[in-house]
Ligand binder design. Structure first.
Ligand code: ZN
Length: 148
């Protein structure tokens, strides 16, 4: 889990749900354990375990099989660390060579831009990192739900 994601601005975030990265199904389950909490006299969920997700549809499991998407497909997800994004046309003079490229948001910049770790093309030899303003990013999915 990424601590930086908790600090990103998420006001007005749409409701999100986890879906399977392999099949897109939303029947995701997790194992959990509980302990008896004397102070409240009820079973309390243990949060010390590593999150492990199972997909009931295609039976894959793991800590990284889940993508968080908006419940309402029309809703825009917030840009945050760990988000998978696509770069919109920035209408740069001479054309935008990174238009439609996808990648993962790795860091926030003080000027309110975000550094995107771009997926490598077959021709590239080194990873490219591009600083992009949030309005030029389309968020495809989040690696974890936004914090309220
Ligand atoms: Zn699945």
């Amino acid at each position: 889990m990424n601590k930086d994601a908790n600090t990103a601005a998420t006001q007005g975030s749409p409701a999100v749900k986890p879906v399977c990265a392999h099949c897109g199904g939303d029947r995701i389950v997790r194992d959990a354990s509980v302990h008896w909490k004397r102070s409240t006299s009820e079973w309390a969920l243990d949060d010390t375990q590593e999150p492990n997700f199972f997909c009931d549809t295609c039976n894959v499991e793991g800590i990284d099989i889940v993508q968080w998407i908006a419940v309402d497909p029309e809703a825009e997800l917030p840009v945050m660390i760990g988000a998978r994004v696509r770069i919109r046309d920035r209408r740069l003079i001479g054309g935008d060579r990174f238009k439609d490229r996808e990648g993962i948001v790795v860091r926030e910049n003080s000027l309110e831009g975000f550094y995107v770790n771009l997926d490598m093309t077959p021709r590239e030899r080194v990873k490219k990192v591009e600083l992009v303003m949030p309005r030029h990013l389309e968020v495809l999915w989040l690696s974890e739900p936004p914090q309220p």
